[in-house]
Design a protein around this ligand. Sequence first.
Ligand SMILES: Cc1ncc(COP(=O)(O)O)c(C=O)c1O
Length: 370
Amino acid sequence: MPKPIPFIKPEFPQIEEVAKDLELIYNNNYYSNNGPIYYKFINAMESYLGQGLHVVALNNATTAMMLVMKACFKSDKKYVALPSFTFPAGPLATQWCGYVPLFFDIDKNTLQPSQASFKQIYRKYGKDMAGILLINEYGIGNDQIDEWESLSKDLDIPLIIDSAPGIGSTYPDGKLLGARGSCEIFSMHATKPFGIGEGGLITTKDKGLAESIESLKNFGFDDHKLADKEGLNAKITELDCAIGLRILKNYETILRKRRNVYASYERLLINKRVRFIPFADKASIQFATILVAADERSKILRNLKDNKIEARTYYAPPLHYQPLFKDSPRGDLKNTEEISKQVISLPVHNDMATETIEFICRVVEEAMHG
Ligand SMILES: Cc1ncc(COP(=O)(O)O)c(C=O)c1O
C-alpha cells in the first residue's frame, strides 16, 4: 500500500537553529513588541522585496486585512467589493470592520477577479463602495494589475490586495508582488510557501500607511502610548521573526524547488482535458491547481483518496455558498460557479520526489480514462 501523501508539508528550520534563536531571545530578554529581531526581519524583507517598499509584520494576514481596511477604506461607505472565489479571511475581515462583502465574479481563463463583473456591480453599488479587496488568486500576480490600479484611481475607490501565499511570486512583468494598490497583504501561516507558523506582512510604498499600521497593530497607540485610534493587538513575536529570517535565507532554494514540482505536474499531466492556470508558474506555488471537466472531478478526487493522496478543491464551495455569506449582495457569479466545480488542488512539498509527482499524475490520468 502506498504511503499517504499529505497536501502540505511544512518545512521548519533545523531545531538546533531555532534553539540558537531562542537563546538569543532569552539573552535579549525581549519577546515581542517590535524587538531587535523584528527590525532585523522587516529590514531583510524590505531588501528582498525591493521596489522601495515598507514592510510591517504582524500576527497573521486576517488581522492584517482588518487593520488595512481600517486605515485605507472609506468609513462612511457600506460595501467592500471582492471576488467570491477566495478564502473566507477577506470577507471576515470586511465584516469585522463593519462593512458588507459585495461579491463579484472571476475571469474564466485566468481565474483572477473580473473587471467586467466589477464594473457591473459598480453600476448598482458604486456610490456606497468603501473599497476593493482584490485577490491575487493562489498568490498568482494579476495580469491586469495596471488596469485595476487605474480603475481604482479613476473611481476614487481604494484598492488593497490579498496576495496571501504569494511571497516571492512575480507579476507577469517580472516584478515581485508587494508594490501594487495601497498595499498588499501576505500570510506566513505554516501552510504557505513562506511558512513560519502564524504571521502576516503588509507591504506598501506609502511610508505613512506603514506607520499607521504599526500603530494600529499596537492598540492604536500614538507616540505618547495613548490609544487614539481603533487598533488592536496584532503584534508578532520575536521567535516568529527569527524563524522568518531563517526561512528567508533559504527562500530562493525553496521557490526553485516548488516551481520545479509545479513544472513536473505541467509536463506530466498532458491530458488535453487538464488545464493549468496562466502565469501560475511565476507564483510561489502553495499547491498545484488544475482544472478538469466538472463531471470528471469526483471520480478523480475519489481515486486520489483511494490512493491516500490528499487533494483539496480550492475554492469550492465559493464564499457565497458559505453560511455566513449566503445573503451577501453579489453580481452574476456564473464563472465562479462553473470554475469552482472544476478545480482540484494537488500537493506540493519543497522536497517532492519525481516518482511521487509521477504517481499522483498517474492516479489523476487513470481516473480520467477509467
Ligand atoms: C487568500 C487568503 N487570504 C488570507 C488568508 C489568511 O491568512 P492567515 O491565516 O495568515 O490569517 C488565507 C489563508 O489561508 C488565504 O488563503
